[in-house]
Design a protein around this ligand. Structure first.
Ligand code: GLA
Length: 385
């Protein structure tokens, strides 16, 4: 991303330049749809994200310019004065969520932002946007929020201003990311460890294959998946009051409620519970350098997400199948699903053949080019310069 271009645009629109902040998108090795189910996740921040220039402007309005869309939005700082533009709702939501937590934000700001995290690829472009503004406002106003608070500000922006009842993974990863490390987060307690991630040392490369099928969680069945799991929990709780999340329940307890809840809710809960265990097994294997076991678990996740959770699509299933045929160690749909990317752990000697094959076969099958993104694990939200 060309930061100088962004600064020039800011100066052209608003005069004297402001501060520059950035936040990344994320990958997730395994643990999908486990965050809102009281399980663990294993994300890492990537070298792609959002960069914003921002400066307070002495008025009670925010003037925002989305560089990549060439669009402006002006909105206020109080409820009822929000923007019409969908992309600007993320910025307004962050302001409001900070205010709800006690921050005094009564002066507006001018801002220009741009991103290189592909939109709709399941790499959390929206979390990167939220984290950028949460982090920037906290820093500029010395609000003193913890990183976890800032992640929650982003998450609640999704819930209250965008309409996606997401878990905490994306915003958490964007704010807390650290170059060379994954984060193993207990989504129930908020405790986490940085886990060194060095596939190169063990002879592997990691890449994303973007099907370019746009994944869109707003208005998508994402919220319905969550409701299914919550419905299963309500039924299980009648016999086992200690259960607050699917991740708390024994598999046998989920089976006890077959027949009491719609079958759809049962199979969603079954997937989520299995995924909670799969993450633990994959993580333990990976920490010993056993990428083969971790890779098998990733394929297991793909099947679960495709058959039980039903958040895959023909294009993702196709790319996953090609990975298998090419001997890729681990491959699965990444993120919320419904399009976007697969994440792939590939032995170095098989990498080039996989890339050529998947690009060729995908084009033959669907008539569109898939994109390949090598994964570079990077730092989280920060001020630049
Ligand atoms: C989206 C959500 C996350 C998480 C993933 C699936 O990215 O924003 O909270 O639920 O889907 O793991």
């Amino acid at each position: 991303m060309d930061i100088n271009k962004l600064k020039e645009k800011f100066q052209e629109l608003y005069g004297e330049c402001g501060r520059v902040y950035a936040s990344p998108g994320r990958i997730n090795i395994i643990g999908e749809h486990t965050d809102y189910n009281g399980g663990f996740v294993l994300p890492g921040a990537v070298d792609k994200g959002i960069v914003a220039v921002i400066k307070f402007n002495g008025t009670d309005k925010v003037n925002a310019y989305a560089f990549d869309l060439n669009e402006n939005s002006t909105f206020g700082l109080i409820e009822g004065q929000g923007p019409k533009e969908q992309w600007a709702k993320y910025i307004f939501g962050v302001v409001r969520e900070l205010q709800k937590r006690g921050a005094v934000i009564n002066e507006g700001f001018d801002t220009v932002f741009s991103g290189d995290v592909p939109l709709g690829a399941g790499m959390s472009s929206s979390a990167a946007l939220e984290s950028t503004y949460a982090y920037a406002l906290d820093d500029m106003l010395s609000l003193g929020f913890s990183k976890m608070d800032l992640a929650k500000v982003g998450q609640m922006t999704e819930h209250n201003y965008v309409g996606v009842n997401c878990g905490i993974m994306d915003q958490f990863a964007s704010v807390h990311g650290k170059a060379g490390f994954l984060m193993k987060l207990n989504c129930k307690t908020g405790e986490f460890d940085y886990v060194p991630f060095d596939p190169d040392k063990y002879g592997y490369k990691v890449c994303l294959v973007d099907t370019c099928v746009k994944h869109e969680l707003v208005g998508s069945p994402y919220n319905r998946r969550r409701e299914s799991c919550e419905n299963a929990v309500r039924a299980i709780k009648k016999r086992h009051p200690e259960v607050d999340f699917v991740g708390d329940a024994d598999l046998a307890w989920i089976e006890e409620v077959i027949g009491e809840i719609p079958q759809e809710d049962y199979i969603r809960a079954l997937y989520a519970r299995q995924e909670v265990d799969r993450l633990q097994e994959a993580c333990a294997a990976m920490e010993k350098g056993d990428y083969e076991t971790a890779g098998r678990k990733m394929y297991g996740t793909h099947i679960g997400m495709s058959v039980l959770y039903e958040v895959s699509c023909v294009e993702l299933d196709f790319v996953n199948e090609i990975a298998k045929q090419c001997g890729v160690t681990g491959s699965r749909v990444m993120g919320g699903g419904f399009g976007g990317c697969t994440i792939n752990i590939v032995k170095k000697e098989l990498y080039d053949n996989f890339i050529v094959t998947v690009q060729k076969r995908y084009k033959e099958e669907f008539g569109i080019d898939c994109k390949i993104y090598p994964v570079v694990i990077s730092d989280g939200s920060r001020r630049l310069e």
